[in-house]
Write a protein that binds this ligand. Structure first.
Ligand SMILES: Nc1ncnc2c1ncn2[C@@H]1O[C@H](COP(=O)(O)OP(=O)(O)OP(=O)(O)O)[C@@H](O)[C@H]1O
Ligand SMILES: [Mg+2]
Length: 495
């Protein structure tokens, strides 16, 4: 037994009906280390941590040691008692309860008494936050907080008990860059105090910024564990994907066929004096630092939070949009950044989810849904977005996070909008599949769809955008031609 190992998992396998999600995996985590668990969508990362937290039982033969002690039949409560806290992709918080109730919740699990003592609840929550040196409004209902704050609540919940290992499953996918920085400083602080972190993410730059060691999974198999100094982007990607990945840089087109025009759009506190044109069949990139107003602008155009003043023209005609329904009726679709919490009906099948937005298209004139049309549609999307496994009847909750993202993408793409606004299109999607999504967006644009891609990933913008709007503090700092554009030129305008 190695010294200083907080956690050792050996020979961990997990079989679901028809799927071998994990085969003979190992994972070792030292005290006070930040350990990254990486692999493509469906590689088995979330399944492995659900075994660690007692949500799933592993197949026969697994050995799991915590502080050198062999664990039999880990239960969710047992794993909490051993100081292991998991923050899931969707946080698993209760939106209608207060911050204090959400934090103190775990202290009540497994207790017989149902009596809720407000004072005790507040004290438990206050103590947990104090250990993190954080302040949050204890009496506020969770749903009123920003995503970043909700995540802090989920972290604080880990501190109700004595925590030794915090597992974070894609904690940054819904955070802005500034929020990621503050999360990282919290994580570094926890490490100083000897707490270990297991971190799952598809963002390589973040992984390199924070991790001491990496464990790599591919297709449910263990590839290896490496120190940060042994890896660089290329090596990591080829270990993870089994091949080299480079974004294809598409030829940039010069189009002059205005479809959508925005004139002097303003929204106090969000953006100011925004004007641009989107051509038919064009991909327009919008980038800029976080807080630059990109998502706010998209939401205003889509009617989620209308602008104060300004004019929008569609095909030369003034457009008055006050709700998302009106946008959709005009052929405008918006795929939000935070789609896992907004876009998916977890208890429904892949098929039901994909067809949800296009029921009228696949129904016959008596309103009955044509099975054949439905199959055809779903098969197309499963193929185009490489959704795995290829089982249209599988319920969405059983899919890996990245495959759930693909379902939400297809659900909106199926509406065949004239104008598509997509916020961080490859959020939560593994590096191998990002290029597929780029190709798909390019294909759609060639079929005449006009697309606005909002992305903070500059390589993505450089790969696909014909033109690029760079936003800075709510204004358009520059409109750049996508031809021969470099990251440096974009950064210069963004800063
Ligand atoms: N409850 C379940 N029933 C059946 N199959 C499941 C279940 N949960 C997960 N799987 C399958 O196990 C495999 C691994 O999924 P997992 O969620 O662990 O992937 P992941 O590495 O977390 O991927 P992502 O990066 O997309 O989140 C996938 O093929 C998934 O469909
Ligand atoms: Mg996952």
């Amino acid at each position: 037994m190695a010294q200083n190992m907080l956690l050792e998992m050996h020979h961990v396998s997990k079989t679901f009906p028809g799927v071998k999600a994990l085969q003979d995996i190992q994972l070792e985590i030292q005290h006070g280390e930040i350990h990254a668990l990486i692999g493509e969508n469906g590689a088995g990362k979330s399944t492995l941590i659900k075994i660690l937290s007692g949500v799933y039982q592993p197949d026969e033969g697994a050995e799991i040691f915590i502080d050198g002690e062999l664990q039999k039949d880990i239960t969710p409560l047992g794993s909490l008692k051993h100081g292991i806290a998991v923050i899931y992709q969707d946080f698993s918080l209760f939106p209608n309860l207060t911050v204090a109730e959400n934090i103190a919740m775990v202290s009540r699990i497994g207790r017989k008494t149902k009596i809720i003592n407000w004072k005790e609840t507040h004290n438990i929550a206050k103590n947990a936050l104090a250990k993190l040196e954080l302040e949050l409004p204890l009496g506020t209902t969770l749903s009123e907080l920003s995503v970043a704050k909700q995540q802090l609540v989920a972290i604080a919940r880990a501190f109700v008990n004595d925590v030794k290992l915090i597992v974070m499953d894609e904690p940054t996918s819904a955070l802005s860059r500034g929020e990621v920085e503050s999360l990282f400083s919290i994580i570094r602080n926890l490490k100083e105090r000897g707490i270990s972190i297991l971190f799952i993410s598809h963002k390589l730059d973040e992984l390199f910024a924070i991790s001491d060691r990496f464990t790599i999974l591919r297709d449910g198999k263990y590839i290896g564990t490496f120190g940060e100094e042994e890896l660089d982007d290329d090596r990591l990607i080829s270990l993870m994907v089994g091949r080299r990945i480079e974004y294809k840089i598409f030829d940039k087109r010069t189009l002059n066929d205005p479809l959508f025009e925005v004139h002097n759009l303003n929204k106090a506190g969000n953006f100011k004096d925004i004007s641009f044109t989107l051509n038919r069949g064009e991909i327009l990139g919008i980038t800029g630092l976080v807080g630059a107003g990109r998502s706010e602008l998209a939401q205003a155009i889509f009617g989620l939070s209308p602008s104060d003043t300004g004019e929008i023209l569609l095909d030369g005609e003034p457009l008055h949009i006050e709700s998302p329904e009106q946008s959709v009726a005009h052929g405008i679709s918006y795929i939000p950044e935070n789609r896992l919490t907004e876009g998916l009906v977890l208890k429904k099948s892949m098929t039901d989810n994909i067809c949800l937005t296009v029921l009228n298209k696949i129904s016959n004139n008596r309103g009955l849904i044509g099975k054949e049309a439905q199959h055809e549609l779903v098969d197309t999307w499963i193929h185009d977005l490489n959704i795995k496994p290829n089982l249209p009847n599988m319920i969405a909750s059983k899919l890996s996070g990245g495959n759930q993202q693909r379902i939400v993408l297809s659900k909106w793409l199926a509406t065949e909008p004239k104008i598509l606004i997509v916020d961080e299109p490859t959020n939560g999607i593994d590096i191998g599949a990002k290029a597929d999504i780029h190709q798909l967006l390019r294909d759609l644009s060639e079929q005449g769809m006009s697309i606005i891609v909002i992305s903070s990933e500059l390589p993505e913008i450089l790969a696909i955008a014909d033109r690029v709007l760079v936003m800075r503090r709510g204004r358009i700092a520059a409109t750049l031609d996508g031809k021969n554009l470099t990251q440096e030129e974009i950064m210069k305008e963004a800063l």
